[in-house]
Design a protein around this ligand. Structure first.
Ligand code: AMP
Length: 281
């Protein structure tokens, strides 16, 4: 595995790979890799002759007061794990390399970015879409592997790729969980041991929502109240939202139908955790 820190070096390598007929798989991350990230890298290694993983903690997607400075980092461990999986290139640009001058071009995908996460993090997805657009421009034609754990992010990136005709095939991969159901996240390290015990309540809330739908419930408000009640059984959880929506538009438009997504967000002390799952009616 080669570690690359400049845009021009990565472009040169990947152009040469494609020129030799080797297709590229790309896994964008913010590092501090866990089994969820590694499942994306494994899928890419299995599907593509060449895999590039990027590690970049993108300042654009953090608001004032969020955890940009304290976001966990461990490049030595990340690098060893990627090498062991057969990743070919690790792209680790500095903030100066990515944003040598303040970036004024912004990619916005308002329809899918506005609800849910957009309500509490109004600028988050513009930061995500902008950096992902920039990374796709650097990497070039590729398959990009994203986690369904961040469902709204997948919706934003898919819509951006489609609207802007980017030469990228988005592959959404299933959420990897701890044995007790908690979705793996770099931010789980913020949980105290008491909070960690209660955090699987998010998975339990999704299960309760799925059970209600399996029992015939199609009123999103009823499913949402069912999920909220489960989250509120955890004394250390502060619920931000529990939503039952159409999987593509992220809003409900009358009785739930077709592909439905259930999404929850809650704070546990310093940690803000999200989770989601889907079903078809
Ligand atoms: P992050 O480093 O948090 O920006 O995540 C990088 C990629 O890994 C995103 O596409 C995430 O959706 C994905 N990811 C994060 N956690 C998980 C998980 N538990 N299972 C599967 N994918 C994940």
């Amino acid at each position: 595995m080669e570690t690359i820190t400049t845009i021009s070096d990565l472009r040169e390598r990947l152009d040469a790979e494609r020129g030799a007929g080797r297709g590229v798989g790309f896994v964008p991350t913010m590092g501090y890799l866990h089994a969820g990230h590694l499942s994306l890298a494994s899928a890419s290694v299995a599907d593509n002759p060449v895999t590039v993983v990027s590690i970049f903690v993108n300042p654009l997607q953090f608001a004032e007061g969020e955890d940009l400075d304290s976001y966990p980092r461990d490049l030595v461990s990340d690098s060893a794990q990627c090498a062991a999986l057969g990743v070919d290139y690790l792209f680790v640009p500095s903030v100066e390399e990515m944003y040598p001058s303040p970036i004024v071009t912004v990619v916005e995908v308002p329809s899918v970015a506005t609800p849910l996460e957009g309500l509490t993090r109004p600028h988050h997805f513009a930061g995500v879409a902008t950096v992902v657009a920039k990374l796709f421009s650097i990497v070039g034609k590729c398959r990009a592997y994203l986690g369904a754990k961040d469902w709204q992010q997948v919706c934003v990136v898919e819509r951006m790729v489609s609207d802007l005709s980017m030469p990228v095939e988005v592959v959404a991969c299933p959420t990897v969980r701890e044995p007790d159901g908690l979705a793996m996240s770099s931010r789980n390290v913020y949980l105290t041991s008491e909070e960690r015990v209660q955090a699987p309540v998010l998975r339990a809330a999704l299960d309760a929502g799925l059970d209600a739908i399996a029992g015939g419930e199609t009123d999103s408000a009823v499913v949402e109240a069912t999920m909220a009640a489960v989250v509120n059984t955890a004394g250390l959880a502060s619920l931000e939202y529990a939503a039952a929506v159409q999987a593509d538009s992220l809003v409900s438009d009358g009785p739930l139908h077709g592909e439905v997504r259930l999404l929850v967000a809650a704070r546990f002390g310093k940690a803000r955790l999200i989770d989601n799952d889907g079903t078809e009616i």
